[in-house]
Design a protein around this ligand. Structure first.
Ligand code: FMN
Length: 236
């Protein structure tokens, strides 16, 4: 039991540069995909397909796709930032602002940051990654009676976590790349994705050149659990 909790706690986002020369061995990749295969999904619909992208030429082509970060992202990202480790430690939610450009971290400069946005290539996100998994789903189907297919999306989250925990257990690092979600038409063209398949999520797997340690926080159990009714503490 301790092992699974330790694995869950140690799983983390690897946002640094990956070593483009160090490949994820095929047997490990197979285990990671086996974990995805066994993910729980609503009605066991298994509503996903996975495109394994490990051809350098394809990755290079993807890396050249440019996208501009949305205004929405810059504004809503700001709401989640802590400007110091002390602040993050106190808040226990969100992320450290230091990984973003200075203007993104200053409420009075957000308008300026938005005006100055320019397209950036996906290679800025891929950063040396040589194995990318693109998880797509069939938008013609939905979990029975699930409004907006919320249950279908939850299922993709289960796939993500199975992939991530298995990668972690195999010593393979992982980074979710939501930037791929903003360039779906380009992905469709390059990867021949049929019109009815939608982007779910993209992640890269591999080995960071050097592990960048950053502060990871979580709320205390007592702050989000309730006992028999909302507002009654389950744990003091
Ligand atoms: C649905 C989803 C989308 C995410 N998108 C990104 C992303 O685009 N870029 C990124 O660096 N991290 C992304 N993350 C990682 C989260 O920021 C990260 O899990 C969270 O900050 C907690 O950090 P940890 O993974 O190190 O525990 C995403 C995570 C999830 C679950």
């Amino acid at each position: 039991m301790i092992d699974i909790i330790k694995l869950i706690q140690e799983r983390h986002s690897s946002r640094g540069q990956f070593d483009p020369k160090k490949l994820v061995p095929k047997d490990k990749l197979k285990m990671i995909i086996e974990a995805a295969r066994w993910a729980p999904t609503a009605h066991n619909m298994q509503n996903f397909d996975i495109i394994v992208i490990d051809d350098n030429k394809v990755i290079e082509t993807l890396g050249k796709i440019e996208s501009t970060i949305s205004e929405e992202f810059i504004r809503e990202n700001f709401e989640q930032l802590s400007m110091s480790e002390e602040e993050l430690k106190r808040k226990k939610v969100g992320i450290l602002g230091t990984q973003f450009p200075p203007k993104w971290r200053d409420a009075s400069k957000l308008d300026e940051a938005i005006k100055e946005r320019s397209p950036a290539p996906l290679s800025d996100t891929i950063r040396g990654g040589n194995t990318i998994l693109l998880i797509i789903y069939d938008r013609r189907k939905r979990a029975p009676a699930s409004e907006g297919d919320a249950l279908g999306f939850l299922s993709l989250g289960c796939v993500m976590e199975n992939i991530w925990l298995t990668a972690q257990s195999l010593g393979v690092s992982m980074h979710i790349m939501s930037a791929f979600g903003g360039v779906q038409q380009e992905l469709r063209k390059i990867l021949d994705i049929p019109e009815y398949m939608e982007f779910g999520f993209a992640c890269k797997l591999g080995y960071p050149v050097s592990e960048t340690k950053y502060m990871r926080v979580r709320r205390d159990i007592g702050s989000f659990t309730h006992h028999n009714k909302y507002g009654e503490k389950w744990l003091a």
